[in-house]
Ligand binder design. Structure first.
Ligand SMILES: [Zn+2]
Length: 381
């Protein structure tokens, strides 16, 4: 991989490589993707990214939102297949991990718990945005400084319970005017564009998946529809309870499903490919195979990738996948379910890192698979 040519030292050279992401057409960071990433939406509080998703879907699909907050975009079957009513669910969750305020003390400090899984070390020293009834409130994550830690404290890993949020309040009274118990926060960081079409940002998990569900539906609509109806959804509450995938799979009763999420790119230091398989940035989407996943759906995706010459790798899972597929495949009497993932580095951090052409390749793969579905296609095991 070639390094970007640095200009010879001089004024121009001081411009740092890597800059806030700016929207680009086609491949790369599209305006919709950047808006989805900018919108803040921890599990259970997804209204802002859902509004962006709905608006984009409304350009080519019939859109609705269910009681749990999951938006749905329906693409009708192609002409002549309307009566079939075979339905493919294409799902990528739209929620992200965050923090929730549990207590505001009399000094004005906020105490919190996690929404979804956090590595506490990553939180130390971060800037935050708290969404409140009065609008966004900024704050910082405070922790006792190293100089004041006793020897044994220095050896211990920081834990969430020992951290607090400082919003600069004078006292508890002022803090309680600004923030309420139950308000949620995310890390205050803009998406950052890096060389080689790469992007670092919070919430790639799984705004990327919700974007791919949207794009795949758009590509199928542009192709005039598939023989099956496509139900694209941006499920809520994946990071906590699978609440969105459980309820939308129950309501939509699909004949088959493709779930989209992120997985660990293995070309970062310290990752063992013997366990995870080889999934480098730029190697395309990752198609999963495993005990909870339907092999017929796997073969459909695999054949689509080969036929359309879309790069992909394969990942195996011997148990639950840790994604919405775990809820969808056991919905009602069971749903034949496949899983496709986008490889990212540094998952569950504010610097998750992706190569954007893997995202677009993932949308093309799922659209191609959907367009291969026939009237009589069956995934019975
Ligand atoms: Zn996820």
């Amino acid at each position: 991989m070639s390094q970007p040519k640095r200009k010879p030292a001089g004024k121009a050279a001081s411009k740092p490589a890597g800059k806030p992401a700016r929207a680009k057409g086609g491949e790369g960071a599209t305006p919709v993707l950047l808006e989805l990433l900018a919108a803040r939406g921890p599990s259970g509080y997804e209204q802002a990214p859902v509004a962006v998703w709905r608006e984009a879907a409304g350009a080519f699909a019939q859109v609705s939102t269910d009681l749990v907050g999951t938006p749905l975009a329906l693409i009708a079957p192609a002409h002549g297949y309307e009566s079939e009513r075979r339905r493919l669910l294409v799902m990528g969750h739209i929620d992200e991990i965050g923090l929730i305020v549990t207590h505001i003390d009399d000094e004005g400090f906020l105490w919190f718990r996690d929404v979804g899984g956090w590595d506490a070390q990553i939180l130390v020293g971060q800037r935050l945005v708290i969404d409140t009834a009065g609008g966004p409130v900024r704050g910082v994550l405070g922790k006792k400084p190293i100089h004041l830690l006793r020897e044994e404290e220095r050896k211990k890993l920081p834990s969430l319970r020992e951290m607090h949020i400082d919003i600069g309040a004078r006292d508890g009274e002022q803090a309680r005017e600004m923030v309420r118990i139950g308000d949620v926060a995310v890390i205050d960081a803009e998406p950052l564009e890096l060389p080689n079409g790469r992007l670092a940002s919070r919430a790639l998990d799984n705004r990327l998946g919700s974007f791919v569900a949207l794009e795949a539906a758009r590509l199928v609509a542009e192709a005039g529809g598939a023989q099956w109806e496509i139900a694209a959804v941006a499920a809520v509450q994946e990071e906590t309870t699978f609440g969105g995938s459980r309820t939308s799979a129950f309501a939509l009763e699909p004949d088959a499903a493709i779930v989209i999420d992120v997985t660990h790119a293995t070309d970062a230091p310290g990752i063992d490919v013997k366990e995870a398989g080889k999934h480098e940035l730029g190697s395309g989407p990752v198609i999963s195979r495993g005990s909870t996943l339907n092999n017929g759906v796997f073969e459909l995706l695999h054949a689509a990738g080969e036929a359309e010459k879309i790069p992909f790798t394969v990942e195996a899972s011997g148990r639950a996948t840790g994604t919405d597929a775990d809820a969808v495949h056991v919905s009602r009497a069971g749903v034949p379910t496949g899983l496709v993932s986008i490889p990212i580095r540094y998952m569950h951090s504010p610097v998750e890192l992706v190569q954007l052409d893997d995202v677009h390749a993932c949308a093309r793969l799922i659209a191609a698979a959907a367009l291969r579905l026939q009237r009589g296609t069956s995934f019975a095991r």
